[in-house]
Ligand binder design. Structure first.
Ligand SMILES: Cc1cc2nc3c(=O)[nH]c(=O)nc-3n(C[C@H](O)[C@H](O)[C@H](O)COP(=O)(O)OP(=O)(O)OC[C@H]3O[C@@H](n4cnc5c(N)ncnc54)[C@H](O)[C@@H]3O)c2cc1C
Length: 497
């Protein structure tokens, strides 16, 4: 049997030699930049992942296209062989093989870093080579901003394709809601421009459909007028009393805040080192100062530090980068839950938090562990704002308030990955199980759509299975149309419709 496997392996290697590999073909026949494993640009690009588990996967070469035409050439070459490959923007997806690859070519969008603003209309074209902080710096002083994520180091390419939750989502919907047109290189190498009127199904599928339809080389978006903003962090030492007050405050903010310019992210973290057990809150107001009382629910709890102040948006993006820990293996997972009523708030939110504390307690002996959970308001207003702008696959109903819960585990030793994979499944799985039970008992609204938010999804979560069936069917239909041979379905990582 072993000799048969060896023989088949030799035949496969021979066939790929005959077909040629993408790196050699591009080096021999084009001027496209291709970096070999020993080169400084290869080594530098490999450090630009959020999770060290992705950095540990070694592509056969890294290709740095500068234009849609070069991307088209790369795809044409990929179509002549059967190599696995990956497309990478900021490398912030910690799921292995999503924006990383072992043994096949990696396409880095780093050089597609243009940003062109029409100051009269606020129409902004930008490439996936931009990170949020870099794009904010390019827009600094123009009076315009884009609807991006909250941490500057995040790439724009993947964030936009997963929808994109922003401090400005209650005003403008998902980051993807403001895309007017994509420049997309299809799996057959054709360059196309989907918009609301040109290939509208593909246009919708790109909003929450991930890397299934080709490589985006430009996002044409609507930017919005922007002055100074107000933002920063509150830090609290954790006590049972603080847990209670903060969980109540985030529930109430989600239901009662009527000012779309105000946003919060509420996170708890614990680590063995220095016995960290804290709450860190991210507060944001889209204006120089929030109206009195906007965040009193949180500030009145008594933080030990408060860094919120008036800043430029670019400054806030750069400031936020303190959260990015380098050199750690990282896992991310998520659940979406209906917002509990005040009657069931204590049972639901404190129940979920106790579950997280119980599981994370069992991880504290893992070397370097940092366990965190984030409660992110997903009020009706975000769904309504997204719907008003443009259809997307998430297609959230604007009739119920929800919370998006994000969980992270960061740890040092790659050998702990399987153990932590199990812990991550227990963490989000336990939340899901509890939510289903509370729904069955009438303690949580039952008729609420609860999508898995792609940008925080663990690779084991069923992203497409949690969309509405008609949206999953649309994603599948579009993927079949644009990628009949399965270039992206069979040869890249990521959720497949
Ligand atoms: C510290 C931190 C903060 C975050 N904050 C937010 C937040 O505020 N809001 C939010 O919504 N999400 C947030 N995220 C999640 C983040 O949006 C996702 O991890 C997202 O995938 C990162 O985008 P990226 O460009 O860095 O992705 P990458 O890891 O480079 O890519 C992710 C996926 O997108 C694909 N992809 C990337 N570019 C292209 C392209 N041009 N064409 C086709 N496919 C492409 C990749 O192949 C891969 O499958 C955060 C993540 C981290 C680590």
């Amino acid at each position: 049997m072993q000799s048969l496997v060896a023989l088949l392996g030799a035949v496969a290697s021979f066939i790929s030699l005959v077909k040629g590999d993408t790196c050699s073909e591009l080096r021999a026949n084009t001027n496209i930049e291709v970096s070999a494993p020993v080169s400084p640009s290869y080594i530098a690009e490999q450090t630009e992942y959020w999770s060290a588990s992705c950095s540990a996967l070694k592509p056969s070469c890294i290709i740095f296209p500068k234009s849609a035409a070069e991307v088209s050439t790369i795809i044409s070459v990929l179509n002549t062989n059967d190599e696995h490959f990956a497309v990478k923007s900021g490398g912030h997806s910690p799921n292995n093989y999503y924006a990383s690859v072992d043994g096949g070519p990696l396409i880095s969008t780093q050089n597609l870093d243009h940003a062109n603003l029409d100051p009269a209309t606020g129409i902004l074209d930008f490439g996936p080579g931009n990170r949020l902080d870099g794009l904010a710096r390019k827009l600094q002083g123009t009076g315009w901003t884009f609807v991006g994520g909250r941490i500057g180091n995040t790439g724009t390419g993947g964030l936009m394709l997963g929808g994109g939750l922003s401090y400005m989502s209650a005003q403008h919907g998902w980051s993807a809601s403001s895309v007017l047109e994509y420049e997309l290189v299809l799996p057959n190498g054709t360059i196309t421009y989907p918009s609301a009127t040109n290939h509208p199904n593909l246009f919708k599928a790109l909003k929450g459909g991930g890397n299934n339809f080709g490589i985006v080389t430009n996002y044409k978006t609507q930017a919005y007028p922007q002055g100074d903003v107000w933002g920063g962090n509150l830090l609290f030492l954790r006590t049972p009393a603080t847990d209670k007050k903060i969980l109540q405050a985030v529930r109430d903010f989600t239901e009662y805040n009527t000012d779309d310019r105000a946003a919060v992210i509420v996170t708890a973290e614990r680590a063995q080192v220095n016995l960290v057990d804290s709450w860190i809150l991210f507060l944001f107001y889209d204006g120089p100062t929030p109206p009195a009382g906007t965040f009193t629910n949180f500030t009145s709890i008594g933080p030990i530090t408060n860094t919120a102040r008036t800043r430029t948006y670019a400054d806030l993006m750069t400031f936020s980068n303190w959260v990015v820990l380098k050199g750690f293996q990282v896992q991310i997972g998520t659940e979406t839950i209906p917002l509990p009523s005040t009657t069931h708030s204590v049972e639901v939110l404190e129940g979920i938090h106790a579950h997280w504390r119980n599981i994370s307690l069992t991880t504290l002996a893992v070397p370097g562990i940092v366990a965190s959970i984030a409660y992110q308001p997903f009020p009706k207003r975000i769904a309504a704002a997204a719907r008003a702008k443009s259809p997307d696959l998430i297609d959230a109903n604007p009739d119920a308030d929800k919370l998006i819960i994000e969980m992270n585990y960061a740890f040092l030793n790659p050998f702990d990955y399987p153990l932590m994979d199990g812990k991550m499944q227990q963490t989000y799985g336990g939340i899901r199980e509890r939510v289903l039970n509370w729904q069955a008992e009438g303690k949580l609204a039952a008729d609420v759509d609860l999508p898995v938010f792609m940008n925080y999804g663990f690779y084991r979560q069923d992203y497409f299975g949690r969309l509405k069936p008609e949206n999953r069917a649309l994603a599948r239909q579009v993927a079949d149309e644009v990628d009949p041979d399965g270039l992206f379905r069979n040869r890249t990582g990521g959720w497949k419709p």
